[in-house]
Design a protein around this ligand. Structure first.
Ligand code: ISE
Length: 336
């Protein structure tokens, strides 16, 4: 049976998922879209052979013609939309972050626990990126010995969503917290965050360059740079340092260019192109899990909640200058 998906939020990210699911994923079609901007909704509907355009996201969620919902609306309504999906008993893939504060993320986890069914998936797409997957495989092979340290780099050419420390930590750095958890297979216990504003003309709240220091379970360490105004382009990398070697993400098929007295590689301007494959693989894995009635292999509501719990501690650390513990509820059986 073909899975009928409705998409809430059809900006750049939602339209990308719509095209992936409708055109590139077997056994699924996008049959409904919603966006507050009619033009965006019409564009996405056109990509999906004339999907129905809803004027209310809650009506879309409740529509009996839809099997599943993908949420790619602005960050601050992710948790409300996800809760509405849980209420309707619909499987949902919510773009990261699951919420913009830890209380709302916890409400999603608790509602899912009450429903007794794993309905919520979260779009931490790096888990499906071939480079990140290869690093994880190398670590899991055991050949490098025990993993000890995660080192991440996350740079945006310019910030699309604001540059206060809280916004950067909530919107961008969640990927790095998830990457460290995923690649080391450990939880974040404590954080220490430093941040600066990189240009004098920026607003005084700006913390566009951050260093995250995370103490992980089993005495592992993680440190990441998050720089949302790096100017030259978009880049992400992750390295796991182990007892007998290290594994670092590498782009395999880059062309060495010689041009105008330079020799080097192009760098992408945004995340859509470096993570093209990751988004397709994520959408494919989600649809397959719905078809087979199995648990999604990517991030769960628990992972979305953990990212928000770590984010909350990071914001506190950035503001206080102190080491801050990550406080969470106990992990329920259904997320083990
Ligand atoms: C954006 O929202 C994303 O999810 C990108 O993957 C990330 O790299 C960027 O920093 C975020 O702003």
């Amino acid at each position: 049976k073909s899975i009928a998906v409705g998409i809430i939020g059809t900006g750049g990210m939602g339209t990308r998922h719509a095209g992936n699911i409708h055109r590139l994923v077997d056994g699924a079609l996008v049959s409904a879209v919603f966006d507050t901007d009619q033009k965006n909704a019409a564009n996405a509907a056109a990509v999906c052979d004339g999907a129905q355009i809803f004027d209310d996201p809650l009506k879309l969620i409740d529509s009996p013609t839809l099997d599943a919902v993908l949420i790619a609306s602005p960050d601050n309504n992710h948790s409300d939309m996800t809760l509405a999906c849980l209420k309707a008993g619909k499987p949902v893939l919510c773009e990261k972050p699951l919420a913009t504060n830890v209380e709302d993320a916890l409400a999603v986890v608790q509602a899912e626990m009450q429903s007794g069914k794993r309905l919520v998936s979260v779009g931490f797409m790096r888990r499906f990126d071939p480079q990140h997957a290869a690093v994880r495989e190398a670590v899991l092979s055991g050949e490098l010995g025990q993993p000890l340290l995660w080192k991440g780099v996350h740079r945006n050419a310019s910030s699309a969503y604001g540059t206060s420390g809280a916004t950067v930590l909530t919107n961008s750095a969640g990927h790095d917290m998830d990457s460290a958890r995923f690649l080391l297979g450990e939880e974040v216990l404590e954080v220490y965050v430093r941040g600066i504003k990189t240009r004098p003309e920026l607003h005084e709240d700006t913390r566009d360059l951050l260093i995250l220091n995370m103490r992980m379970s089993h005495d592992k360490m993680a440190v990441g740079e998050v720089f949302v105004n790096a100017d030259y382009g978009y880049e992400v990398s992750a390295e796991v340092v182990c007892q007998y070697g290290t594994a670092l993400t590498q782009q395999p098929d880059k062309v060495l260019l010689r041009h105008k007295a330079h020799r080097g590689f192009y760098v992408s301007a945004d995340w859509l192109s470096p993570f093209t494959e990751a988004y397709i693989a994520e959408d494919r894995a989600w649809i397959e899990s719905l078809q087979n009635g199995t648990v999604f292999s990517g991030a769960s509501a628990w992972d979305g909640y953990m990212a928000m719990a770590v984010t909350t501690a990071c914001i506190e650390s950035l503001h206080s200058g102190k080491i801050v513990p990550v406080n969470t509820i106990e992990k329920a059986e259904m997320y083990q």
